[in-house]
Design a protein around this ligand. Structure first.
Ligand code: SAM
Length: 292
C-alpha cells in the first residue's frame, strides 16, 4: 500500500499553522487518509472533547498532546494555542464529530488565529449536513443550513414563521429528546404537502432515511419509539414561489419602458423581481401596444 505521507502529497503542510480537521460522524472508517496524515504530523491536537478524540486517535495508533477547546473556553484556549503557533508548532483542531464550525466549536478559534496572522488549513471530511443532503434528491438543489432550532416552543414557532416563505430547502439538526416536538412544529408551521427527509443515525448501525411529507412526519416517528432515538438531520422542502399575477409588475415595467426597449425592460425587471423574463417581455409588449 502507498504510504500515507505519499498519498497526502500535493499540498504543503507548513509549520506555525492551524489545521482544521473533520472527523467521522459515526462510522470510524469515515476518516480521510489526509486527516490521519496531518493528525500524525502536528505537534498538538486541540479537541472539543479530549477523551473522545483520544479514543479516535488510539484506534489509528496516533498519540499527541491534547488540549481541550470547547464552547465554554474557546476564546481563552485560542490565545494559548496562538502561543504554540508563535513557537512554530503545527496545531490541529478537531470537534467531537464531523466538521468543526458546523454547529460545533471552531469558528472563534479560526477568527482568533486568522487575526493573529497564522494560516488556517481546512481538511474536508464527514459532516451530517452534506451526508444527509447527498441522499435527499433533486428538490434540495438550493438549501439553507439552519442548525438547531430554538429549544423553547415560542421562539421556535417565531423562527419557523419567519421562514414560512423561504424559497430554498432548509436543513436542521436535532437531538433525540426534541425530535418529536420539532417535527410537529415543522408540520404545524409549513404546508403539510412539503417534502421532509428524516435522516437518523447516519453512517451508524441503525441508520435510517425516511423521505415523505411534512404532514406524515409525526406519524412516522410515533409508529416506532426506536425511530425517535439517535441523532437527526431534518431537511424540509422550501416554499413554492407564489404565482405572480399577470399585472403584478406593470408599475415597474411602466417606469422601465419610459427609458428602455421592451426587451431591455423585461431583462431588468426579471433581474429585479426574479420573475420569468419571457412572461415580463410579453407583458411589456402588451403595455407598449396599449400606449400606442
Ligand atoms: N459538526 C457536526 C457536523 O459536521 O455535522 C455537527 C455537530 S452538532 C453538535 C451534532 C448534531 O449533528 C446532532 O445533534 C445531529 O443533529 C447532527 N448529527 C451528527 N452526527 C449525526 C449522524 N450520524 N446522523 C444524523 N445526524 C447527525
Amino acid at each position: 500500500m502507498t504510504p500515507l505521507s505519499e498519498l497526502a502529497q500535493g499540498q504543503q503542510y507548513p509549520t506555525a499553522a492551524l489545521y482544521v480537521v473533520a472527523t467521522p460522524i459515526g462510522n470510524i472508517a469515515d476518516v480521510t487518509l489526509r486527516a490521519l496524515h496531518v493528525l500524525g504530523l502536528v505537534d498538538r491536537i486541540a479537541a472539543e472533547d479530549t477523551r473522545n478524540t483520544g479514543q479516535l486517535l488510539a484506534r489509528y495508533g496516533i498519540s499527541k498532546p491534547l488540549v481541550a477547546v470547547h464552547q465554554h473556553n474557546e476564546r481563552a484556549a485560542a490565545q494559548r494555542l496562538i502561543e504554540h503557533l508563535q513557537a512554530g508548532e503545527r496545531v490541529a483542531y478537531v470537534s467531537d464529530a464531523g466538521t468543526p464550525g458546523i454547529s460545533d466549536p471552531g469558528a472563534k478559534l479560526v477568527d482568533a488565529v486568522r487575526e493573529a496572522g497564522y494560516p488556517i488549513i481546512p481538511l474536508p471530511g464527514a459532516s451530517a449536513l452534506a451526508t444527509a443532503l447527498s441522499a435527499a434528491g433533486d428538490w434540495v438543489a438550493t438549501f439553507s443550513f439552519l442548525g438547531f432550532l430554538p429549544p423553547k416552543a415560542k421562539a421556535r414557532a417565531a423562527t419557523l414563521q419567519a421562514l414560512a416563505k423561504h424559497p430554498h430547502a432548509m436543513v436542521f439538526y436535532e437531538a433525540p429528546h426534541r425530535i418529536v416536538e420539532t417535527v410537529q412544529a415543522l408540520a404545524d408551521a409549513f404546508d403539510g404537502e412539503r417534502k421532509l427527509l428524516i435522516a437518523r443515525e447516519l453512517t451508524k448501525l441503525h441508520e435510517a432515511l425516511h423521505c415523505g411529507t411534512l404532514a406524515e412526519g409525526p406519524t412516522w416517528l410515533a409508529a416506532d419509539p426506536n425511530r425517535q432515538r439517535g441523532e437527526f438531520v431534518l431537511v424540509v422542502e422550501g416554499a413554492q414561489p407564489e404565482a405572480a399575477g399577470e399585472h403584478d409588475h406593470d408599475a415597474l415595467l411602466g417606469i422601465l419602458l419610459e427609458e428602455l426597449t421592451v426587451s431591455s425592460a423585461a431583462k431588468v425587471a426579471a433581474a429585479i423581481t426574479g420573475a420569468s423574463r419571457n412572461a415580463l417581455y410579453t407583458r411589456a409588449l402588451a403595455l407598449k401596444k396599449d400606449e400606442e
